[in-house]
Each structure stands twice: as C-alpha cells, then as structure tokens.
Ligand binder design. Structure first.
Ligand code: NDP
Length: 320
C-alpha cells in the first residue's frame, strides 16, 4: 500500500480506503461488512469512511461494532463521519450545519462508531441556511475539544471552500484540510478545473468518492442486467436512471473497456488506477459489496505504471 499526505497536512492516509455508503447496514450482511473491513485493514488500508446519513446511522453502528470486535489499535486507523443530512430527518434541528446539529451529530457519530474521537469530519454538503462563520467556528471548536482531528467539506464549490478559508484566516481558526468530491472517468470537470485553485492556494487534500461511478466503470452493465447490484435497489432508482439509461456514458464505458482489454487488465482496475495517478487525489475511497470486488480493486496500484502518456491520451479521447 502507498501512503499519501492528506494535502498539506502531515497525516499519512492510504492511497486506497474503504467506504460504507449503500452497503453497510443496508445492501450487505454485517458479516460481509466485517470481512471487507478485515481484508482492507490487512492489506494496508488505514481509512474507513462513513456518514451520519448512511443507512440513517446504521452504517456507523455496523462499523463501530466491527471496530470493537477487531480490537485494532486506535492509533492504526482513521475513521470519518459527515454531517448535514441528519440520521433522523425529523426536525430542522436534526440536520444542517448549524452549531447545534454539528455538535450533536459529532457526538452521536463518535458513540455509534465506538471511538473516542473522529479523525476526519466532513460537512457533507454546503448549507445555504447557515452563515459560514458559524460552521467554521464550530468545526474549529470541535478540533480544540479533541473530538475531531481534521475537518473538511464534501461537494462544496471552490467559492464556498475559499470563503471557509477566508473566515478561518481572519479569525485564526482551523481551516478545512480536505474535500470529498466525486471523481472518476465519467465525472472530471469540477475536480480538474474548478478545484485547481484550491490545490494550488490551500493545499487541500481530497478523499474522492465513487471511483467506479457506482460500478458503471467495472463495465459489468454493458452485457449483464442490474440484478443483485446497487442499481437494482428500490431506493436507488435515481442512480439507475443516472447511469444505466445514459447512452453517452455507456458508450464511454465501451470505449474505455477496449483500452483496458488491450492493456490486459479489468476496466475496474484501470479506472481506479487512473484516479490514483492524479497527484491531487490523497485517497480513493473504494466501495464493495463482495470480497472479490475489494480484492480486485486492491490491485489497482499495480496498473498505474501501465497508464503511460500515450494511454492517458487514449483514455481522454475515449471519454471526450
Ligand atoms: P464505487 O463507484 O467504486 O462503487 C462501488 C460499487 O461498485 C460496489 O459497491 C459494487 O456494487 C460495485 N463494484 C465495486 N468493485 C467492483 C468490481 N471490481 N467489479 C464489479 N463491480 C464492482 O464507489 P462508491 O459509490 O461505493 O463510493 C465509495 C465511497 O465513497 C462510499 O462508500 C462512501 O464512503 C463515499 N461516498 C461519498 C459521497 C459523498 O457525498 N461524500 C457520495 C458517495 C460515496 P454492486 O453491489 O452493485 O456490485
């Protein structure tokens, strides 16, 4: 496993990490979640990603039980949570980025995850209803209290992140260290263009999500139906609509598949290697519902040297 610094911080994070969206507490059995985490940890993954909203808090509970059972040294792994969507969604007090919810969501996540503090804590989306000063101050306070170590954003615009930095600088507060954006061969613009200024000016780290565009970039939907995959889940019809009814995206996947075939590797491996090749990516968060998927994805680093300048040009053409 390769370890990268989380942006300009001193924190070493494994270049591949494991996330729990859709899977933990929802699509897979807890016993499979345990196998996935055990396999990840023993292959050098040191970061596990979670959020209050995943399966409405259940994903954190499942992960917390596994941490407790595994008894891994707490100083040997990183765990995150994210605040915004809420885990209950009953009242406006129980979601958003106002001081009360940020503080309570953090305490609840710590409890569910069976840890004493969170390593990374993300604002899961921007909250236009709350002054940015309030959120930055609260995140700073949580760092000072030792409840979180690093805070960041997820799917904020470059302007919103810049505002957070400006507030932090003005009041000498801890600024966001990382952003969690979607980044994959089918979703590139924001990361590569809009965020360029954040990498140059603030040294932001990134923990990127959906490296396979929810499995699209494994190529499996080109010739098989979506049965028994996340695309067949009742509550994720919008995701199926976004990807499987998208002929432009499917054509790009076909083009990419021929490049992977020529290289003699799977498309999943090539797609993850392509993310790893970008130096602004601190860690690629993997998702998996089966052990074989995780094992395959863990080999992606081997494919990075195959992505020569020539191959990268072919890939750009394939998705342009
Ligand atoms: P991917 O895009 O890699 O999708 C993972 C899914 O693709 C798996 O669950 C599996 O689904 C399928 N898959 C994985 N590997 C293979 C393979 N080798 N061959 C065939 N199919 C495969 O990542 P996710 O979308 O899961 O995102 C990763 C993590 O990022 C999440 O768990 C979460 O922690 C984070 N995230 C953050 C978001 C944010 O807003 N901050 C939003 C979304 C994710 P299947 O069961 O269908 O086979």
């Amino acid at each position: 496993m390769e370890y990268r610094k989380l942006g300009k911080t001193g924190l070493p994070v494994s270049a591949l990490s494991l996330g729990s969206w859709v899977t933990f507490g929802n699509q897979i059995e807890d016993s499979m979640a345990e196998k996935l985490m055990d396999c990840a940890y023993h292959n050098g993954i040191n970061f596990f990603d979670n959020a209050e909203a995943y399966a409405r808090g259940k994903s954190e509970k499942v992960m917390g039980k596994i941490f407790k059972k595994m008894k891994w040294d707490r100083d040997s792994y990183l765990v995150s949570s994210k605040v915004f969507f809420g885990s209950k969604k009953e009242s406006p007090l129980q979601k958003g980025l106002h001081r009360k919810h940020v503080m309570e969501a953090c305490e609840q996540a710590i409890k569910r995850l069976n840890v004493d503090y969170l390593d990374l804590y993300f604002c899961h989306r921007p909250d236009p209803e709350v002054p940015i000063e309030e959120t930055v101050w609260m995140m700073h306070t949580l760092v000072m209290q030792g409840k979180i170590l690093y805070w960041g954003t997820s799917e904020w615009s470059a302007d919103q992140i810049t505002k957070a930095h400006t507030v932090a600088e003005k009041h000498h507060l801890v600024a966001p260290s990382m952003e969690q954006p979607q980044y994959n061969l089918l979703t590139r613009n924001r990361f590569e263009e809009e965020y360029a200024v954040l990498f140059a000016r603030y040294g932001m780290g990134t923990t990127i999500w959906s490296p396979l565009a929810s499995g699209m970039l494994s190529g499996k939907y080109l010739d098989a139906p979506a049965d028994e995959t996340r695309m067949s889940l009742e509550n994720l019809k919008w995701l199926k609509e976004r990807w499987l009814n998208n002929e432009v995206a499917l054509q790009k996947v076909r083009n990419l598949k021929s490049i992977a075939d020529e290289l003699g590797i799977t498309l999943a491996k090539m797609s993850i290697a392509w993310c790893l090749k970008n130096p602004n990516v601190s860690t690629v968060i993997l998702g998996a519902s089966k052990l074989e998927q995780l094992k395959e994805n863990l080999t992606a680093m081997e494919a990075v040297p195959l992505l020569t300048e020539e191959v990268m040009k072919q890939i750009d053409q394939a998705v342009s």
